[in-house]
Unconditional design. Structure first.
Length: 453
């Protein structure tokens, strides 16, 4: 079952055409590309019309122009296939899970099924044939399988970087030592203190923290996935501190999305309030200034941060490799049933339909300066809200636009004034530093990194 149909041919030029522009933009917020250390040997590459994607070791994926690709000795300037495949594939290895998480995007259950290992080996080969660099194993709870080391080794044999997301159930030091072939393992920890139980409906924080500690003890790169809801948003900083104490190197902030069990009337009670969305950027600034963990945002967080990102400047954001919806483009998903999807949260959505929507975005996205970064926001949220593709209704700029067209006297019609009214003031270090590339394997939608020469 090949994933080749996920993407249409990409013939666009890179968003940052001049390599120096990306370098200067990064330097402007205090990040210097020159200090980033990485292995000198190219582990994987994929030719593209703009040049090539190049991966060094497990940790660094770069978009390079044709000149640098030539210096590195990798093919460039052409598509790998007529229909390029995703850079990252999310593969559900099981639909089984015993955790009763209220917002499970898959609706995984104890009576779910494991995908036969031979079928998973075929799916890994298909992902490699489609041009992927990374495979992210998930579920369900993947640790319910005892053949994860075999699957990771199979991915390595295909030059794929295997990464894993787990709740941490059953993950002690002995089990962690069996998983050394994984480039990174992220443990779901939805908030320090009472936040975990408020988000998931049960308190699994002790299990998650034991798993993070076990990974750190085994020398495996560990990250923490924090799903941000109305109940957990105030715990972001405390969770980052706790993750660092346990030995995690990365905090990945994930937007709560209406998929699986979360696609219910209860979604509205868990999604962030407008004032909580407005406070996200200053919160990121606080975590970044503490400098204890790397901070990553998932693709669906970009529209929520759009006012601040517009203030930072779209060119800077693009140069740092921050992109919004990469579904059916650089990202694809394979469900436990083998069904292809643009991403894990858009099961049943034809990839071609999403690509067509992205090619002709409606107002206000079509004129937004962040359009090539954000790409219209999270369509899982839009589909849940209005039943069809549309601008992300939780984006502050979309909210302001809606208010403007429904209540003309409520806000200024001046676009500059409208944008200014939605920019958060941030005290202290600019949290856009959190968006700089760090040496790590991707564990979510891959963020495009700057062209370099």
């Amino acid at each position: 079952m090949t994933p080749r149909g996920w993407l249409g041919a990409r013939n666009e030029r890179p968003a940052v055409d001049a390599p120096r522009a990306g370098h200067d933009a990064a330097r402007a917020i205090g990040y210097t590309l020159a200090v980033q250390s990485f292995p000198s040997r190219v582990a994987w590459s994929r030719p593209e019309p703009f040049g090539a994607w190049v991966r060094f070791g497990d940790s660094l994926l770069l978009a390079v122009d044709a000149a640098l690709a030539g210096k590195l000795g990798v093919p460039a300037g052409r598509a790998l296939t007529a229909v390029p495949g995703p850079l990252e594939v999310h593969i559900a290895v099981t639909s089984r899970c015993y955790a009763p998480c209220a917002g499970c995007y898959l609706d995984a259950r104890p009576d779910g099924t494991d995908v036969p290992v031979d079928e998973l080996l075929l799916r890994l080969q298909a992902a490699r044939d489609a041009g992927a660099s990374t495979v992210a194993f998930g579920g369900g709870e993947p640790l319910l399988r005892d053949d994860l080391p075999r699957l990771a080794d199979a991915a390595r044999a295909l030059d794929l970087v295997p990464v894993l997301t787990t709740s941490g159930v059953g993950l002690g030091v002995a089990r962690a030592n069996e998983l050394r072939a994984f480039g990174q393992i992220n443990v779901s920890h939805d908030g320090a203190g009472a936040a975990y139980e408020a988000v998931r409906g049960y308190d699994g924080s002790a299990v998650a923290e034991r798993a993070i500690g076990a990974l750190a003890a085994a020398g495996i790169a560990a990250g923490v996935n924090l799903v941000i809801t109305r109940a957990s948003v105030d715990a972001i900083f405390a969770t980052a501190e706790r993750a660092a104490d346990l030995g995690a190197g990365e905090l990945q902030l994930l937007r709560y999305k209406p998929a699986g069990r979360a696609a219910s009337p209860t979604y509205d009670a868990h999604r962030l309030l407008p004032e909580q969305i407005d406070a996200l950027w200053p919160t990121l600034g606080r975590v970044v200034s503490a400098a204890r963990v790397r901070v990553r945002i998932d693709c669906a967080m970009v529209p929520l941060l759009s006012p601040a990102l517009v203030a930072v400047g779209p060119d800077t954001v693009r140069a740092l490799g921050v992109f919004g919806c990469e579904a059916a483009r650089n990202l694809g998903a394979l469900g436990a049933d083998g069904a292809l999807a643009p991403c894990s949260f858009l099961r049943g959505t034809p990839p071609g339909a999403l690509r067509a929507y992205h090619a002709d975005l409606p107002p206000p996205c079509d004129t937004c300066s962040l359009v090539t970064v954000c790409r219209g926001g999270c369509q899982a949220v839009a589909l849940h809200a209005v039943g069809h593709f549309s601008p992300d209704p939780e984006c502050p700029r979309v909210r302001a636009h809606t208010l403007e067209i429904t209540s003309p006297d409520a806000v200024s019609r001046d676009p500059a004034g409208l944008a200014a009214a939605n920019v958060c003031d941030v005290a202290g270090p600019d949290p856009s530093a959190a968006l700089a590339p760090a040496a790590r394997p991707p564990t979510a939608a891959p963020h495009r990194l700057p062209l370099v020469r």
